[in-house]
Design a protein around this ligand. Structure first.
Ligand code: DLL
Length: 436
């Protein structure tokens, strides 16, 4: 039996009844405890006491990141600080930080959600969970840590950074499940290879639980090849709960949402109307059990879709697809919408190039221009300019065929793109404020 199997395999009708019961309580709880929700619900005439169905929730107003920023630091807390045991914050690099609080029960739920993922990865108390997401206000480190503890596993709180030490521990301690961003997993793998190790033999990994940034199927395939393990995707966000809102199982056909704790909607980002299952749209999340900072209809700006049908693993919680990216990350290149992940998927399939890239956005003659800077694979020395030009041409053609727009390609020397121990920086916007 994997961790909380009975919940992840719950009969759908029972699960939906539980969700509805919790949803009814959640809207009333927010209304009664948080003035922001009272004002917002009243403003549009949404009566939380009258909610009878999931459809009724559609009349409730959205909560946005801006609302959460405006509420900094405590205005969206439902409980006195004495009942709040921990807080996390978004990095705030693009504005005021958002704050999320956790009661003791919230921490238990969070750990449970991540621990389910350890179970999805085939892990249990006999595993060694190596956590190299950053610890601190970022939710990655402590979320995975609580997951490891709740799963009963020996948990190594490495935090991010000091890559050589990570490698030493991975070699010597027998870490079997690694938790970090996919780009940091790649950095660790590449560094180990550069040090003359073979992570396939020298590490003892069976799975990785990776998230916090979008990563393509091809990037995943390259990671799995280097580390000889299964790389599973985990989704979460500071404003709702850290990692564990949704996690992939070994089928790798989408991320099971922890539906007993979250109600999700997929909406057309423009019309805000629900899209049918299988169609892409913006993920909107309502917390069903969160006590300290519950959210109603939080607009994540993340683009995904519900995967219709049942998962071969037998778990009943619905799946969302791996994220395309955020609406914020979407580039419009000559009228075509492009996400970095799509570019990554095309390019990281070429054996001559490594998995490190960055996309620079500039403006030329009133048109947005995207230039992909991508590193050459050190195993394929490009000593002749002719060879590089030919590779660039082939990459540009492959991108054009796939994306139906022009992306310029500049192949660069190995190790020239900045490595990240946390979230990778994929887009560098060099346009001036007026040009954006
Ligand atoms: O990134 C929480 C997290 C930590 C998730 C560790 C997974 C693993 P924030 O820093 O608040 O929280 O960023 C949240 O990151 O809205 C997505 O745009 C993006 N994101 C998170 N997970 C994924 C994923 C954490 N699996 C924002 N795939 C979210 C793609 C992801 N993007």
């Amino acid at each position: 039996m994997a961790y909380q199997d009975e919940i992840t395999h719950m009969d759908r009708a029972e699960l939906e009844a539980l969700q509805l019961e919790r949803l009814k309580k959640a809207v009333v709880y927010c209304y009664e405890k948080i003035p922001f929700y009272k004002e917002n619900f009243d403003a549009v005439g949404f009566d939380p006491y009258a909610l009878e169905t999931f459809e009724d929730l559609r009349r409730a107003p959205f909560t946005t990141k801006q609302d959460m920023r405006d509420a900094y630091p405590y205005d969206l807390f439902a409980l006195p600080k004495s009942e709040v045991k921990e807080i996390h914050m978004s990095s705030g690099t693009t504005g005021v930080a958002t704050v999320s609080g956790y009661t003791e029960n919230d921490l238990k739920v969070w750990g449970d959600c991540f621990a389910r993922g350890i179970g999805y990865a085939g892990g249990d108390e006999n595993d060694i969970v190596h956590v190299c997401y950053g610890y601190g206000l970022f939710t990655g480190g402590l979320g995975a840590h609580y997951g490891g503890l709740n799963a009963g596993a020996m948990t190594i709180p490495m935090s991010a950074g000091n890559t050589k030490r990570q490698i030493k521990v991975l070699q010597s301690m027998g870490s079997s499940i690694i938790c970090c961003t996919p780009s940091y997993a790649m950095y660790i793998a590449d560094t180990a290879i550069e040090m003359g190790l073979d992570p396939k033999k020298d590490f003892h990994l069976k799975a990785g639980i990776h998230g916090a940034e979008a990563w393509s199927n091809q990037f995943r395939a390259n990671l799995e090849e280097k580390l000889d393990y299964k790389a599973l995707d985990v989704y979460g966000l500071t404003e709702v709960m850290g990692p564990g809102v949704a996690i992939e199982c070994m089928e790798q056909t989408g991320l099971h949402v922890a539906e007993d704790h979250f109600w999700i909607e997929i909406l057309d980002p423009e019309t805000h109307e629900p899209v049918p299952d299988g169609e892409w749209g913006e993920l909107v999340i309502t917390t069903l059990t969160k006590e300290a900072t519950p959210v109603i209809r939080y607009r994540t700006k993340d683009i995904t879709r519900i995967i219709p049908g049942e998962c071969a693993c037998g778990r009943t919680h619905r799946r969302i697809d791996r994220l395309h990216g955020r609406t914020d990350d979407m580039m419009i290149i000559r009228g075509v919408n492009v996400f970095p992940r799509q570019i990554e998927n095309v390019c990281t399939g070429f054996e001559e190039i490594a998995d490190w890239y960055q996309i620079e956005l500039t403006r030329e003659n009133s048109l947005d221009v995207a230039t992909l800077k991508i590193e050459i694979n050190p195993d394929f020395p490009m000593d002749e300019i002719r060879k590089i030009e030919d590779l660039q041409r082939r990459l540009e053609q492959a991108l054009k065929d796939e994306l139906a727009t022009k992306i310029k390609v500049k192949v660069v020397e190995p190790y020239t793109i900045t490595r990240s121990e946390g979230k990778a920086v994929r887009i560098v916007d060099l346009r001036s404020e007026e040009e954006k």
